[in-house]
Design a protein around this ligand. Structure first.
Ligand code: MLT
Length: 211
């Protein structure tokens, strides 16, 4: 398997289902979200890169200056680098623009790609996401695309209010965004899988997921 600029894993799908781009959280790797991806979209091709930034040896997708304080120049550079990787992987493996399924730091870089390179992704499932850039350039590049943001009500890292700001930012760029708040914290639960599956199925059918 060619590296294409990122250590990555590619799992072919069994149908022409929308591919998923899996983006792990801090300290994860390309294997982490494969089981989640399979639960959310059993038939989809899965493309799963490993973040290149190391924080005390833990892979991430961009540098941060402190918890919740991002190095925005690095966010921008890394978002473009990952969007270029998606384009190379699409050529190599032959699939349509993927939908991001990101957790925590992976959800944040997915949001940055949606804002900076809207053509790279078909949309995103952003689990415990935060606003990745204070002032992204305004554009309508996300028109016709959707995102699901799932926050945890007691999440001290990515509080629901921050998820709500991200919803407004993505909507400002033209996306249709569903923001759900689960009772837990930063960790994922079965409820995330249920929400993600329902949202994905509704997207595939072209209807809103409902309450
Ligand atoms: C980030 O740094 O992207 C967020 O704070 C989430 C995390 O990785 O802990």
């Amino acid at each position: 398997m060619r590296n294409l600029g990122f250590v990555h894993r590619f799992e072919p799908g069994v149908t022409d289902a929308r591919p998923l781009l899996l983006l792990h959280g801090t300290g994860g790797d390309e294997n982490d979200l494969v089981p989640l991806g399979r639960m959310v979209a059993p038939d989809a091709p899965l493309l799963s890169p490993r973040g290149k930034v190391l924080e005390h040896g833990m892979p991430r997708f961009f540098r941060r200056l402190a918890e919740g304080v991002f190095d925005e120049a690095d966010v921008r550079a890394r978002a473009h680098e990952l969007a270029d990787f998606i384009a190379s992987a699409r050529e190599e493996y032959g699939f349509a623009a993927p939908l991001a399924l990101g957790y925590s730091n992976g959800a944040n870089i997915a949001a940055a790609i949606m804002l900076l390179r809207p053509e790279a992704l078909a949309g995103g499932i952003l689990l415990r996401a935060m606003v990745p850039l204070a002032h992204p350039e305004a554009n309508g590049g996300l028109a016709g695309k959707g995102a699901l943001i799932v926050s945890g009500a007691r999440d001290p890292i990515a509080p629901p209010q921050n998820g709500a700001r991200l919803k407004a930012m993505l909507e400002g760029a033209g996306a249709e965004v569903d923001h759900r708040i689960l009772p837990g914290g930063h960790e994922l639960s079965q409820a995330d899988v249920t929400l993600a599956r329902a949202w994905l199925q509704a997207q595939a059918a072209g209807v809103p997921a409902g309450p």
